[in-house]
Design a protein around this ligand. Structure first.
Ligand code: KG4
Ligand code: ZN
Length: 414
């Protein structure tokens, strides 16, 4: 297409670079290949510094990710000032690396997309400050990105799933159910009332001192629980699934974590060991924890599906549930959700595990989606601030609660 456009241009005198600058050419020549519009995505909302360059078709031309996981694991949790310092130290390197790997010069970018909400204030600030300087220096449009919208739409890079679809987003900072009706059109059906599932799994893992487990020392809490649960007997411990008497789609994990902590304390007393030492039944506790988290997520999602069906919020042809966010890489949780989608006639789609966690690719992709729609694209000098807290879409949680849908029983044989 580039060549056709170039040969159609009249003058032999103009050089190719000047031709490529012409506005009506929508494709660029990068390392001898032609690309459509190009977006640089930048992510710093939590503890990953990520950047990626994507073309309009969603091809990843170059990416880079610096994870702070090890530092925070050793510290026993994310300390915001430490996260900020590490983002500040790495952002330029990460962005340059993504650009170099893509072979794209900043002048060839169509726009820069950056997470501005929700997330940790100090972390968001670094990404935004860097991006604003970058777009002003290079005179590029800026696309502010909602982190959860980006998680929700990542799947569309891999599957041709059209709107509307139901999405369950589960990560270290979030737990929510929403209907995605468009690139910037969401209906919020449920959210967590206290902490997010990833946060709970991380805290349980810390309470179990899994960092001292030979197989888990470099794993996040959620990954450690999943690994240990494989060799555990979940029936040795029985934790109550949260919110059994609340007929809405909200989540709660703090009470469950309390139940688990009490059990751990009891077992430590029985085994005569101190907090900080590995329990002999650690695999069984991991398995029971994972099972209860999975059942809770499955039940709330089941109710959301029934609510959507009752209110015509999903298409009758191939209604879809998308599962994303860091916790969505858990295979046991995926199986639990699959039981629900199979029993309700929905398709279940998950982005590849690598793209469920935070990265620059999903932010660039959200920029591409917005560019295609022509929505939320700002001039380089626009005055933007970050928002640590930001709701996703229009809040329908009260309507879901009022509907008080009772669930038919489903056997969770995972
Ligand atoms: O989406 P993400 O990378 O960051 C945000 O929180 O936004 O998610 C990180 C969370 C952590 O809490 C981590 O423990 C959890 O996702 N996680 C998992 C698994 N892998 C990561 N939880 C359960 N099973 C996993 N395999
Ligand atoms: Zn995330």
């Amino acid at each position: 297409m580039l060549l056709t456009s170039v040969t159609m241009l009249p003058s032999k005198t103009t050089n190719i670079h000047r031709l490529l600058q012409l506005k009506h050419l929508s494709r660029w020549l990068v390392s001898g290949k032609s690309y459509s519009r190009l977006v640089l995505g930048i992510e710093t909302s939590c503890d990953d510094t990520g950047a990626a360059v994507l073309d309009e078709a969603g091809t990843v031309l170059g990416e880079s990710l610096h994870s702070q996981k090890e530092v925070h694991l050793r510290a026993g949790g994310i300390i915001p000032t430490v996260a900020q310092k590490l983002h500040r130290e790495h952002i330029e390197l990460v962005v340059n690396e993504a650009l170099e790997r893509s072979g794209v010069d900043p002048s060839q970018l169509t726009a820069v997309a950056t997470t501005v909400k929700p997330g940790m204030a100090l972390s968001l600030g670094i990404g935004l400050e860097f991006s604003q300087r970058f777009v002003r220096q290079n005179n590029k449009p800026f696309i502010p990105i909602h982190h959860m919208e980006a998680h929700a739409l990542t799947v569309r890079m891999f599957e041709p799933v059209s709107f509307p679809f139901l999405v369950l987003l589960i990560s270290g900072g979030h737990s929510l159910l929403a209907v995605a009706r468009g690139v910037d059109d969401f209906l919020l059906l449920g959210h967590t009332l206290d902490e997010a599932p990833g946060d709970s799994l991380d805290k349980v893992a810390r309470r179990l001192s899994l960092i001292r487990h030979p197989q888990c020392s470099t794993l996040s809490g959620g990954q450690a629980i999943e690994l240990l649960a494989k060799d555990g007997d979940r029936t040795r411990f029985s934790f109550r699934t949260p919110m059994g008497q609340s007929y809405d789609c909200c989540f709660s994990f703090a009470g469950l974590r309390n139940q688990i902590n009490m059990t751990i304390m009891k077992k430590e007393a029985e085994e005569g060991i101190e907090c900080g030492t590995l329990l002999s039944c650690v695999n069984d506790i991991a398995a029971a924890t994972q099972h209860t988290v999975a059942c809770h997520l499955a039940k709330r999602t089941h109710r959301a599906i029934l609510f959507c069906k009752a209110n015509g919020l999903l298409p009758s042809l191939c209604p879809t549930l998308v599962l994303s966010g860091g916790v969505a890489s858990n295979q046991y949780i995926r199986k639990a959700l699959r039981i629900i989608t199979d029993s309700t006639g929905l398709c279940l789609l998950c982005p590849p595990a690598k793209f469920c966690t935070d990265n620059g690719v999903m932010i660039a992709w959200n920029g591409v989606e917005r560019l295609r729609e022509g929505t939320g694209i700002l001039p380089p000098n626009a005055d933007i601030s970050y928002e640590p807290k930001a709701q996703l879409g229009v809040d329908l949680t009260a309507a879901v609660k009022a509907a008080a849908i009772r669930l038919p029983s489903v056997r969770m044989k995972i």
